[in-house]
Design a protein around this ligand. Sequence first.
Ligand SMILES: O=C(CO)COP(=O)(O)O
Length: 121
Amino acid sequence: MELAIIAHDGKKAEMVNFLMQNIDKLKNNNVHIIATGTTGSFVEKAGLQVSKMLSGPRGGDAQIASRIAEGKTNMVFFFRDPLDKHPHEPDINMLLRLCDVWNVPLATNPATASLLIDHLK
Ligand SMILES: O=C(CO)COP(=O)(O)O
């Protein structure tokens, strides 16, 4: 299954910690991780394999949104920073909207991501 991970700057450390805490579940379920560029680099440095898209503000959110529309991405963890502004807000909204259009599970914080990942077994 393909999992897309995206984290705004204030949430990148939280994303890395979350993935490391759940590394066994990710491996046991053959989860292929894709990520926006900078989030992907952080996760790679922590030792996980990830396919990197462009950086979010340069189109990475839009690339992942496109994979959601094409039925390639099965689950999304998007740790948003609600206390920061983002120049690519339209791309972010598009991604969130397409998760709902295509009924793709979406977690916007670690508490929800935990519930989703536990569902994988
Ligand atoms: O901006 C982002 C999501 O909207 C994240 O992009 P980066 O992972 O490239 O920082």
